[in-house]
Design a protein around this ligand. Structure first.
Ligand SMILES: O=P(O)(O)OC[C@H]1O[C@H](OP(=O)(O)OP(=O)(O)O)[C@H](O)[C@@H]1O
Ligand SMILES: [Mg+2]
Length: 172
């Protein structure tokens, strides 16, 4: 049972497309850090952000990589339109983070923006980068690659598996 809101459309992202889009994000971020263009560290937002974070760190040769663990949950009584809230359950290394200056905080997507808003409150000077962004949360992302409509659910490769589908015309 998925806790996602009813969405009309699905955007199915393969491993290959995630890799290509995360690489594009890395190249967009290259040379944009505050220290002569360099970035101090990459922090992935668990769990979905760990994949693009690794690709960005590899492409930009950033060797300090940490994570911030965020758990999203619904407040309210089980209705589909409940508000999503988020809480930090594991913080990255404090002496690396500071106020976020020079830190690239990476996620797979921004939807409502709640997750990024929460983390931005902790590290206001960090740079927030996502691979995909929906309109509601777009303003929370400093950099993103692809905009996806609000009524689309993004299916990530780690949430899918290859499987058989019936032929268009069944055997008669
Ligand atoms: O902009 P928001 O409305 O906050 O939604 C975006 C967040 O939701 C998803 O994570 P989720 O909380 O589903 O956990 P996961 O990354 O561990 O799968 C996604 O990976 C983002 O982190
Ligand atoms: Mg996530």
């Amino acid at each position: 049972m998925t806790d996602r809101l009813p969405h009309e459309k699905g955007f199915h992202v393969s491993w290959d497309q995630m890799h290509r889009d995360a690489r594009a994000l890395a190249w967009r971020l290259d040379g944009k850090g505050p220290d002569n263009g360099a970035w101090k560290a990459v922090v992935g937002i668990t769990r979905g952000g760990l994949v693009p974070a690794m690709i960005v760190a590899r492409e930009l040769d950033i060797r300090v990589v940490d994570s911030i663990s965020v758990k999203s949950y619904h407040s309210g009584g089980g209705k589909a339109d409940q508000r999503r809230e988020a809480q930090v359950i594991k913080a990255p290394q404090a002496d690396v983070m500071g106020d976020g200056t020079g830190i690239l905080i990476v996620d797979d997507l921004v939807d409502s923006g709640k997750t990024l808003e929460l983390i931005r409150g902790l590290y206001p000077k960090a740079h927030f980068a996502c691979v995909y962004a929906k309109p509601e949360g777009e303003k929370q992302a400093d950099t993103y690659i692809t905009s996806v409509s609000q009524d689309t659910w993004i299916f990530f490769p780690w949430d899918m598996a290859l499987q058989y589908v019936q032929p268009f015309r069944g055997a008669d």
